[in-house]
Design a protein around this ligand. Structure first.
Ligand SMILES: Cc1cc2nc3c(=O)[nH]c(=O)nc-3n(C[C@H](O)[C@H](O)[C@H](O)COP(=O)(O)O)c2cc1C
Length: 401
């Protein structure tokens, strides 16, 4: 709950500005007092009147307001808040913040504030992916700015990709998470999680797959987000529900998963839970379905897929501080997983016995061994949710020690 919390909501000039009105309502329902600041570009999308009507307070728009600046309004606004939230945070606002520009009310408040700032970026996917924007985000993260989203999906411009304003419940959760403080040790940390199987096409209708359900990976992504982490979940084809606060990227093949993981970097940690196919079909069927023929059974020529875990572990520059792998073994679980950790060069391996009799693959419970350089910890059989919660705590400890 946000009882008595004062939130300064800066609304930038993007199509998603209308969603900030709903955000203000949801925050107020939880007991917060919301005060709005609308940039000049923001006023092209929503009006000061709607912000003022909804918040029950004046909506501030002008740095050179004779009325407000008689009492140094920009300083006062920045100080009379417990948290400053920017939603939507435009590419422009983020660039100004990263460089310390202060040429309008919003950017001047942001430079003058002594309070935590949380941004919810929203923009076209190309604007988001632009090197300048990514550089600015890195700067802002280093400066301790918190971020929620952006999500992936259909954008207002009609394109599809990352850049969608975080959903209102996710923004509310991030704000509540900030005020919950100590229970959110992963606040400000970006973690990439992979989950599910991959499908390696044989022809347009057939594929090679495995029995991974994605259940454990999704539970881990959710548990990391519940600890305040900014989680990107790269998922193979599964029928799991995306946990709250998690940005999900759907892929099909190992090659796509590898590319999506690379695109999601930089990250503070990577948790590779996905059961990535070791091999894919070398030569496709030229887009045509394979037919039975009297020449015999077609040979499936396989070639090796990229090793995502090994690739992350071996990164020379920008390696996540913590790389966690999963080992699905059917015999000599601890021995094989210990060897796998060394071979892959990752920091931690979570090993489990997926032989048919254990019912782990696709089931609801799991029994894991957590293997690091310093030893092996064997956890009792738990639900996959409990394994996820315990592992998220272990990851938080490792990242914050
Ligand atoms: C129709 C339209 C939609 C826009 N949507 C966005 C957006 O979603 N994100 C963004 O960063 N900029 C967007 N822009 C560009 C910003 O409005 C522009 O960069 C402006 O200078 C931002 O000002 P501000 O950061 O002070 O709000 C959009 C512009 C137009 C005309």
């Amino acid at each position: 709950m946000l009882d008595g919390k004062r939130i300064l909501l800066i609304i930038g000039g993007g199509v998603a500005a209308y969603k900030s009105l709903d955000l203000a309502r949801r925050l107020m329902e939880r007991g917060a007092a919301v005060r709005g600041v609308l940039t000049p570009a923001g006023q092209q999308f929503i009006t000061p009147m709607s912000v003022a009507s909804l918040t029950g307070d004046e909506c501030y728009t002008d740095l050179f307001s004779l009325k407000d600046e008689a009492e140094m309004g920009h300083i006062r606004l920045s100080r009379e808040a417990d948290l400053v939230v920017i939603a939507p945070a435009t590419a422009d606002l983020m660039a100004k913040m990263a460089h310390g520009l202060a040429n309008d009310l919003a950017s001047t408040i942001l430079l003058a504030t002594d309070k935590q700032v949380l941004i919810a970026p929203a923009m076209n996917a190309e604007m988001w992916a632009h090197k300048a924007t990514q550089r600015n985000i890195e700067t802002l993260k280093r400066d301790g700015i918190l971020m929620v989203g952006p999500g992936d999906g259909m954008l207002a411009c009609g394109e599809v990709g990352p850049g969608r304003l975080a959903e209102v419940p996710d923004m509310v959760a991030a704000i509540e998470g900030y005020f919950a403080g100590g229970n959110r040790p992963l606040m400000g940390k970006h973690i990439v999680v992979t989950a599910g199987p991959t499908h390696e096409p044989i022809d347009p209708v057939r594929y090679i797959a495995n029995r991974s359900s994605g259940k454990q990976g999704f539970a881990i992504a959710g548990a990391l987000a519940a600890l305040g982490g900014e989680v990107t979940l790269v998922s193979g084809p599964v029928s799991q529900t995306t946990p709250p606060g998690v940005a999900r990227v759907d892929v099909e093949t190992a090659l796509e998963m590898d590319a999506a993981v690379k695109a999601a970097l930089p990250a503070d940690a990577a948790v590779c839970v996905a059961a990535v196919a070791d091999w894919r079909i070398k030569a496709g069927s030229n887009g045509e379905k394979l037919k039975k023929s009297k020449d015999g059974i077609p040979a499936l020529n396989l070639c090796e897929n990229p090793d995502i875990l090994k690739g992350l572990s071996a990164m020379k520059e920008g390696r996540p501080a913590l790389v966690v792998g999963f080992a699905a073994e059917t015999e000599q679980v601890i021995e094989h997983a210990t060897a796998k950790r060394k071979r892959k060069g990752c920091d931690m391996i979570v090993a489990n016995d997926v032989s048919h009799t254990t019912g782990i693959m696709g089931g609801d419970s799991n029994q894991v061994h957590v293997i690091t350089e310093t030893g092996v910890e064997s956890w009792p059989t738990m639900s996959k949710d409990d394994v996820a919660t315990a592992l998220a705590k272990t990851i938080a400890d490792a990242l914050t020690k």
